[in-house]
Write a protein that binds this ligand. Sequence first.
Ligand code: ADP
Length: 338
Amino acid sequence: MKVLVLNSGSSSLKYQLFDMAERTLVARGAAERIGEPDSDISDHAAALDRIVANLLGIEVAMARRPDVPQVAVFDTAFHHTIPPHAYRYAVPEEWYESHGVRRYGFHGTSVAYVAKQAAREIGRPLGELNLIVLHLGNGASVTAVANGKSVDTSMGMTPLEGLVMGTRSGDIDPGVIVHMARQAGMSVEEIDADLNGESGLSGLCGVGDVRDVLEREAAGDARARLALDVYAYRMRKYIGAYMAALGHVDGIVFTAGVGENSADIRERACEGLQRLGVQLDETRNRASARGARPIHREGAPVAVLVVPTNEELEIAEQTLQCIQTSGAATTEAGRQNG
Ligand code: ADP
């Protein structure tokens, strides 16, 4: 069976085609920087058009094969195990009952994947492990995993809450929103656009891409330095909070663009946590290795791991599972045989 995965991010649309017999990648591609000023791809529809045009030669192009079972994998699904004390906000009951105001969380597909890989790396069943997973991409979140299940996560009802991100603020006092509406006369739309698109690292120092911020800091830019201080301090606060939430932590896992590639940011995120058992091995952390790997000091109480994420493979795995349990595979297999 082949599974085509379309992964639609905020500014990108990636696709991968898997042959699930051997879990091999048959084809992959992406349209990135969708809608950005210097991009020739105006929106996701245009990006999808392009990718579908690229897929014309591929047998299973989704748009052309309505008979192929299609499965939606929700990025929030892994977080359905979060208990009410962690997903409820202390706001009027009516907001929750009538408007669904609660924490949902995001990056679930990625966290599910890297947690499994981390368990393999640690050499114990995931169901016995407590992990803190930092998914650090353009969007960024931290998830507390207890006995293999999500029990809290930093993104909330929307992806705006939690860590400082490329262009999103993460946590702020909700009173600030009221203040900016009343005091600066901003509209809800303007505040929303600023908090999602003009804040985070970009708000603090003018650029949102971590590589650019690091470069500016190295060149002596004080705003870039402050931006990274705020960014890393927020991570340490969440790691500490989730250590308290979990009571015992077996491993801290770094993933996604920044988590996988920046030894610098990993070091700053773990700074000062030595006495809590988080002890990096500088050589391991700095090694230019690929693949899942430990970066903690030998014998440290808490494992620290870098685990490359693979959201598309996880989506394909979940799709296969869904199709097999729903019986749709029987139809598909029958059709292929006949
Ligand atoms: P997305 O959320 O769009 O999928 P990614 O997971 O690709 O994002 O992460 C993008 C982020 O990773 C950017 O901020 C980029 O600067 C950062 N990044 C990628 N490589 C490196 C690196 N070698 N050092 C520091 N940051 C990096």
